[in-house]
Design a protein around this ligand. Structure first.
Ligand SMILES: Cc1cc2nc3c(=O)[nH]c(=O)nc-3n(C[C@H](O)[C@H](O)[C@H](O)COP(=O)(O)OP(=O)(O)OC[C@H]3O[C@@H](n4cnc5c(N)ncnc54)[C@H](O)[C@@H]3O)c2cc1C
Length: 304
């Protein structure tokens, strides 16, 4: 090989277990980056070798192709998954888990990150997806994100990240290696009580203990939706409980797809297409997927 891989790069690495849905194939090449230097080295190598790069956070909003992923898939760990307090700031690695960051902030008596308690993703995934819950706002507390590519590293402020509803303008080959959140001093007990309240509200509204990637479709802005959420529209279009090849729209929340056991990514895509078709026929609304794809997937109909 003209560009030998850095140490630690694995071949044919199964990705399903790195996702919350547990479907999909293997990455041709896979590596865990433990610090910024290793991450830069991997990205520079991938570019020299002409490889596409993908990142997996907690895999909580990810659909991996059954045929796998050509190229290099990265996961951030070690130093790149740490959480540290610095005065009113919480500095998090891109691989740090958002619920852990929210809990740490509460223990430290810092308020502003509570919305992260129910988002089972990483800080990097949350920046990429502009994650949000219960009116919390990532961009309101984000000071900067450290964005690394083969060209090097730079800190970007929220206004440089191109945030829109469940999206950012990050380039696919850019990795969020860390982020700084500026929070407000508060009573730890009060912040913890808010977290407990949010967890309870979430338990009541959404299924737990299932294999899912959370919301399948974004809530539509189309006026024909008349303000109804994607879940309400799917339900009204008869999708609640609908099952195809082991993939099912949840009985508890119609916008959640559940892997009942043996689902493949292809089955999930077929189910999503059917849900989308029903909503289009019933309401004239085109639902747009929220879930991100990794690998070569024939989902042109969904992402048209
Ligand atoms: C039960 C459940 C509830 C959920 N509730 C919410 C909710 O309330 N609000 C909400 O907004 N979302 C919610 N989600 C969706 C999901 O948790 C968020 O989108 C989360 O931000 C995804 O983070 P992740 O680390 O899991 O990313 P992944 O699913 O691993 O990846 C998602 C995308 O981000 C990219 N990515 C991951 N890490 C990085 C990185 N370090 N740098 C650059 N790109 C990266 C991936 O390449 C991919 O394109 C929920 C999911 C589940 C399963």
């Amino acid at each position: 090989m003209s560009h030998p891989p850095p140490a630690g790069v694995e071949r044919d690495f199964p990705l399903a277990r790195l996702t919350t849905l547990r479907t999909g194939g293997t990455a041709d090449l896979f590596a865990r980056a433990h610090d910024a230097a290793a991450l830069t080295e991997l990205l520079a190598w991938a570019r020299a070798a002409g490889l596409a790069v993908g990142v997996v956070g907690s895999g909580s909003n990810l659909l991996v192709a059954d045929a796998g992923v050509r190229g290099l898939v990265l996961k951030l760990e070690g130093e790149l998954a740490q959480i540290e307090r610095d005065g009113a700031r919480l500095r998090c690695g891109g691989g740090a888990r958002l619920p852990q960051a929210a809990a740490r902030a509460a223990r430290e008596g810092l308020s502003g990150l509570e919305f992260g308690v129910n988002i089972p993703g990483t800080v990097g995934g949350a920046v990429r997806m502009n994650a949000n819950a219960y009116g919390g706002d990532l961009s309101r507390v984000l000071e900067w994100a450290e964005v690394v590519s083969a060209d090097g590293s730079e800190r970007r402020a929220p206004e440089q990240l191109g945030f829109a509803y469940r999206r950012s303008a990050l380039d696919p080959q850019e990795v969020v290696a860390g982020a700084s959140f500026v929070l407000e001093a508060a009573e730890p007990a009060a912040v913890k009580a808010t977290l407990a309240d949010m967890r309870a509200r979430r338990r009541a509204a959404q299924p737990s203990g299932i294999k899912t990637f959370g919301s399948t479709f974004k809530n539509p802005a189309d006026p024909r939706a008349e303000g109804r959420s994607a879940g309400v529209l799917l339900d009204a279009a008869g999708c609640r409980g609908l099952e195809l090849g082991g993939a099912r729209f949840s009985e508890k929340h119609a916008n959640f797809v559940e892997n009942t056991g043996e689902a493949t990514t292809a089955a999930v895509i077929a189910l999503m297409s059917e849900g989308r078709r029903r909503v289009r026929e019933r309401f004239g609304v085109e639902l747009e997927p929220e879930v991100q794809l990794l690998g070569d997937l024939d989902a042109a109909e969904l992402y048209a």
